[in-house]
Design a protein around this ligand. Structure first.
Ligand code: EPZ
Length: 430
């Protein structure tokens, strides 16, 4: 096991290049199960969540050939197994995308209930509602989801989502690609990774219209062939480095981004007194003056992303004035606040609201990453804190950030990875 040791308090200068989007990759890789042929997928981030998804695909019988660090060929032509085991599924939330893919291709799936970051209850009723509407029988028994299309193939229909759910939108879209007839998803999620998945599926022969709006129409096709696809840059990774510069100060060019995807984050940073300049495929982030307070409510895209909430709070801890944060997506996404308090932050939480009173400085302390984005936010806070911060349980962070240490060192951060003897840190799955 490892921990990060960060000597904070110095501004960041230089360039950081953003990797492929985690939440697009973890949907696109299982989507290859729908394809009879080789999918060459480029710009795959090297993170542990991707490794786990590839393990699930291999267990199901996919042929995987590594072309280079960020490119692989996946051939699912010979997959016949439709059962994904508990041992791997429990480790990652996005593993549930194999349900839509297997059900869509074979009319049947038997998959252990997924794991994932703990933000309170994480239901999958909307996924199940979609599959049932498309003619599947779905039972949850002994920790497994058993799904079977009654006529052997899902049948297109209209599905209205009661909540805007990224996972349900993606899973129903996966199920619908090879279903009989037209599926219409209403109140669909509009996140960039939903659009990226639709683009991938269309380039492999699917017929999807409307991704990126709240009505997505999928006309089922009999066959999908192989092809090439390159995954979009990671919106949240880019946003995390933007907040790192906002918190620590300095000037960093963040390369390989789609600035449009960052607008929801950029708008708040501008309000807080950070300068953000948009270039074609980069943003320049500069912070020279003290940060100002901001009120933020997290919402589905194009609102402010819940996956950026802890990182922006890290900045607001040091902003002048009182900021009010409303978490509009998850029930319990403030578990990290007690760790921030160890650094000297002044935050009160009441249900979905957090009140952040800005302080003049944070001071380094030992803290623990409690989930992926909270862990990233602890890195952001530590870069701004005076003295030394030690963050443990960093395997959470490594689920979603490729080369975080090297990227931050490249802009002058004093951060290193230190080994912790086995047994001193208890591993949880996230
Ligand atoms: C995705 O999770 C992301 N994960 C999460 O990012 C992200 O926080 C979330 O979307 C919201 O943007 C991946 O893409 C792998 P949802 P997902 O279904 O799909 C409720 C990260 O850090 N809901 O959009 O699981 C649910 O309780 C991760 O990268 C139901 O009620 O989220 C929540 O309140 C963490 N019933 C809201 O909808 C359902 O059937 C949004 O959840 C499904 C969801």
């Amino acid at each position: 096991m490892t921990k990060y040791v960060i000597h904070g308090g110095s501004p960041l200068y230089g360039e950081i290049t953003i990797s492929g989007a985690k939440n697009a990759a973890v949907a696109i890789l299982p989507a290859a199960l729908l394809v009879d042929g080789v999918c060459r997928i480029e710009n795959i981030p090297q993170i542990s969540d991707v490794t786990l998804i590839l393990e699930i695909l291999e267990e199901l019988g996919a042929g995987i050939r590594v072309i280079n660090r960020h490119t692989i060929d996946i051939d699912c032509s010979h997959v016949r197994n439709t059962r994904a085991s508990y041992e791997i599924m429990r480790k990652i939330r996005a593993s549930y995308y194999v349900i839509g893919s297997l059900l869509g291709r074979f009319g049947s799936a038997e998959v252990a209930m997924p794991g994932g970051c703990d933000f309170g209850v994480r239901p999958i009723d909307q996924h199940i509602k979609g599959f049932v509407a498309m003619g599947a029988q779905v039972n949850v028994e002994g920790g497994f989801i058993h799904a079977q299309a009654e006529s052997g193939r899902l049948v297109g229909t209209q599905v209205y989502l009661d909540v805007v759910s990224v996972g349900a939108t993606i899973n129903i879209m996966l199920g619908a690609c090879r279903a009989k007839g037209l599926t219409v998803i209403e109140n669909a999620a509009k996140e960039p990774h939903v659009v990226d998945l639709a683009n991938f599926l269309n380039s492999m022969g699917a017929d999807i219209m409307g991704a990126g709006t709240d009505v997505i129409k999928i006309r089922g096709v009999d066959r999908m062939q192989g092809g090439f696809y390159s995954i979009i840059p990671d919106q949240i990774e880019a946003g995390t480095y933007m907040t790192a510069v906002a918190a620590a100060g300095g000037e960093v060019v963040i390369q390989n981004v789609i600035p449009k995807h960052l607008e929801c984050i950029t708008a708040k940073l501008l309000e807080m007194g950070v300068e953000v300049e948009e270039l074609d495929d980069a943003v320049v982030v500069r912070r020279e003056h003290p940060l100002r307070k901001a009120n933020i409510k997290t919402m589905p895209y194009p609102g402010f992303p819940t996956d950026m909430q802890p990182q922006i709070v890290a900045c607001l801890c040091l902003a002048q004035g009182t900021s009010i944060i409303t978490e509009g997506v998850w029930d319990n996404r403030y578990r990290y606040v007690d760790e921030f308090k160890r650094l000297g932050a002044n935050i009160r939480v009441d249900g979905k609201i957090a009140v952040v009173e800005g302080v003049d400085r944070l001071m380094g302390a030992p803290i623990r990453a409690c989930d992926l984005r909270a862990g990233a936010a602890m890195v952001v806070a530590s870069l701004a804190a005076e003295g030394t911060t030690e963050i443990d349980s960093v395997y959470h962070i490594e689920r979603g950030y490729e080369n975080l240490i090297e990227k931050l060192k490249g802009v002058g951060a004093d951060i290193e990875v230190v080994s912790v003897p086995d047994g001193l840190e208890k591993q949880q799955v996230g």
